[in-house]
Design a protein around this ligand. Structure first.
Ligand code: S3P
Length: 172
């Protein structure tokens, strides 16, 4: 198993609850990378939670903040970026990620996603739709975008974070 730094960035993408934050922390540990949590960094920079950004300024504004932030990562390397689940919604984001890194798509079944996010109060796109059917539908709507953006696809159901990281490290 490879444990040396990849000399590029790793962008973790995938639906809410696919495990991006958990795997990013594990990759940081195993590959000695800098870690960036995009949602958290946006919240820090804006001084308010994601839900409030959506409520006050709308989703489009949040998507613009995401794109601006991706652009600001262009000169980084050996950084693992845990992206927001909707990072693929803007087509230009694909290119920004591919220019400076490998894009790793984490997938999880709608049932797994539901179990991981059901108690969350900071997922505005699931407000009022916290159920398996809605999650499955939104995953389906985004599937082509996720797949087009991904260099590597890793299924997470039933695997430990260690196993998932090993698979990523072996394939990048
Ligand atoms: C979103 C996912 C969230 C966050 C925002 C929008 C989405 O990130 O960026 O609520 O549209 O899928 P997580 O995937 O970390 O929950």
């Amino acid at each position: 198993t490879q444990t040396k730094q990849p000399d590029c960035n790793i962008f973790l993408i995938g639906f809410m609850g696919a495990g991006k934050s958990t795997i990013a922390a594990e990759l940081k540990r195993q590959l000695h990378l800098e870690l960036i949590e995009m949602d958290q960094l946006i919240e820090e920079q804006q001084g308010m939670p994601i839900t409030e950004i959506f409520a006050k300024y709308g989703e489009d504004h949040f998507r613009k903040l995401e794109t601006d932030m991706l652009v600001s990562f262009q000169n980084k390397t050996n950084t693992v970026v845990s992206c927001g689940g909707g990072i693929v919604v803007r087509p230009e984001n694909q290119a920004y990620m591919k220019q400076s890194g490998k894009v790793v798509l984490l997938t999880a079944s709608p049932e797994t996603v539901y179990e991981r996010v059901k108690d969350s109060s900071n997922r505005p796109v699931l407000n009022g739709h916290m159920n398996v059917e809605y999650i499955a539908g939104l995953q389906e709507k985004r599937r082509a975008l996720y797949e087009a953006a991904a260099d590597i696809v890793v299924a997470t159901d039933g695997k430990t974070p260690e196993e998932i990281c090993r698979e990523i490290a072996d394939r990048i």
